[in-house]
Ligand binder design. Sequence first.
Ligand code: PRT
Length: 299
Amino acid sequence: MTTEPRLRIAMQKSGRLSDDTQALLKRCGLKLNVSDRLLLAHVSNMPIDIMRVRSSDIPGLVMDGVCDLGIVGDNTLEEAALERELMGQKSKYIRTLGLNFGGCRLSIAMPEGFDYKGIKSLDGLRFATTYPQLLNRFAKNNGINVEFCLLKGSVEVAPRVGLSDGICDIVSTGATLEANGLVEVEEIFRSHASLIQTNKALIPEKQAILDTLLPRIQGVMKAKESKYIMLHAPKDKIAQVSALMPGKETPTILPLAGREDIVAVHVVATETFFWETMEQLNALGCNSILVMPIEKMMG
Ligand code: PRT
């Protein structure tokens, strides 16, 4: 019996990236049966397996060739790469695609009232962090010495209980810092989710699966950022209406049955379509202005 090669993708089992990753794969047409106890989920309609693990395990699984692809935050990836570098090993991965979710920053934050006068104010201090390598690199690049204590969670509480002077942690809205009486003083790394792959050439069968999957992922991302705009416009105002349309796409102008004075204008916009623009179009005599989400795009 021959077994068909299956592409193995590592994703976060549960946490901030898991829902978005699962939604992305589903929108790419993958039928996956994910249950809490199942760590290796089969995709029923494509030769793909999804390995559901801790985020921090994903870079290693890809670099060691256990998984062909992984979806992980750049912060986790960069920390793992620096850790391997420290051990004299090469980081063996390719960052195939940046994804449009999981956006955050790694920042240094100090207790409110700390007299911050620039990076040198941090010299000699101790920081609680999950990212000692990224913190170390920042300190080295800026000519300061820092100490760290490694915490895998509840980092924000460390200064209050006397474990550290400040923290170096992920910030998204800033609400957690504020709730814990901390102030962000330096952003040291920007991150979002990325699709990574092993740097070893895939066997042709797996490469073929990836060649199908990649344009689908790009199509889903492009669709998420785009809107389909439809409206009816006075024929003699087409030039002004076209000029107001967001993005670089040329609008499609279509005749309307039984009307010589009005046309339908359709455009795919990759930029924000503001209420103000809709009001300007309305003032030009346009009506039936519709702004719709796009589910999939290709080409
Ligand atoms: O548990 P596991 O090993 O799977 O990984 P993890 O501990 O990193 O999991 P998780 O789910 O917390 O984060 C997964 C990834 O999501 C991170 O590695 C980042 O790439 C990304 N991400 C995006 C975030 C956030 N936003 C985020 N806000 N990761 C963590 N946070 C936490 C942060 O640590 C802090 O406690 O949210 C809090 C701050 O949020 P705000 O909105 O109050 O600023």
